[in-house]
Ligand binder design. Structure first.
Ligand code: SAH
Length: 256
């Protein structure tokens, strides 16, 4: 049994397009030794498979409960933080962090009640750009430049180890912060952006300019802030008041 059941349940290891079933077994063993349980497989070449069972070396339950998905997006359902492991930088501009920083970020997120995915690529090709584009950050194990690629299951082990160390050191069960508000979900954020856009129209903020760029910039700002539902209610209140004032001022202007 895991020492940190609540935290562990919110962390999933996602293996994308794995070629060798032996690596799936070894990865299952790697995560099980560090107290984790949840494995998600995206389009594995062969699974279930005898080689996976053999290399899992008793981590049978991890394999038995592994989710199998057609696409990466399905495997990430409900995740608030997605970290992609990659040996080398790709075309996608993402913040690059170490496994240690990744562990700190992941555990801060799960302590707030969020769900986290650690995503690992195919043995030969790694994570594709469109897969990395779904990640919030890229995690690079600091290997040497001229031989940077670890075996898949060993990369899983390094990440799982860093999470385990961090849990034992800084996140003992008693020290887990009381559950704070979770960040608003995508639908709530969308509703807020709609209201914000409407309010900017009402106060004639754009003055004939094209609103797309400024709206993207504002989205970036509020995404970074990760407001919770209560904070969004305050923002909605401010927007509604601004709209009310704009309409009062319009009525004044229209009065003869
Ligand atoms: N040639 C591929 C290597 C894939 S190794 C590439 O350059 O990406 C299979 C997977 O193991 C990778 O997709 C990644 O998730 C993980 N991995 C291997 N070496 C890594 C490293 N140094 N840092 C982070 N992840 C690594």
């Amino acid at each position: 049994m895991s020492t940190f059941p609540d935290l562990v349940a919110r962390i999933r290891y996602v293996l994308v397009r794995t070629s060798h079933p032996g690596n799936i077994g070894s990865a299952a063993r790697a995560i099980r030794t560090m107290g984790f349980q949840r494995l998600e497989l995206v389009s594995p070449a062969r699974f279930p498979d005898r080689e996976a069972d053999a290399l899992a070396a008793g981590a049978d339950e991890v394999l038995a409960t592994a989710g199998i998905h057609v696409g990466l997006v399905d495997s990430l359902a409900g995740c608030n933080l997605v970290l992609g492991l990659s040996a080398r930088r790709r075309g996608v501009k993402l913040p690059e962090i170490s496994p240690r920083e990744a562990a700190a970020q992941a555990l801060a997120a799960v302590a707030r009640g969020e769900q986290v995915a650690l995503v690992f690529g195919n043995e030969r090709t790694g994570l594709e750009n469109d897969e990395l584009a779904r990640c919030h950050a890229m995690v690079r194990i600091p290997s040497v430049d001229d031989f940077s690629s670890l075996n898949l299951a060993q990369a899983v082990q390094v990440m799982a180890y860093e999470l385990r160390v961090r849990m034992l050191g800084d996140n003992a069960p008693v020290a887990v912060p009381v559950r704070e508000e979770v960040p608003a979900d995508a639908a709530q954020m969308e509703q807020f952006y709609l209201h914000l856009a409407q309010m900017l129209e009402d106060i004639d903020f754009h003055k004939g300019r094209e609103p797309t760029t400024i709206m993207l910039r504002l989205r970036k700002l509020f995404q970074r802030a990760q407001p919770d539902a209560r904070e969004l209610r305050v923002l909605h209140g401010i927007l509604a008041d601004a709209q009310r004032m704009a309409s009062v001022s319009r009525e004044d202007d229209e009065r003869p």
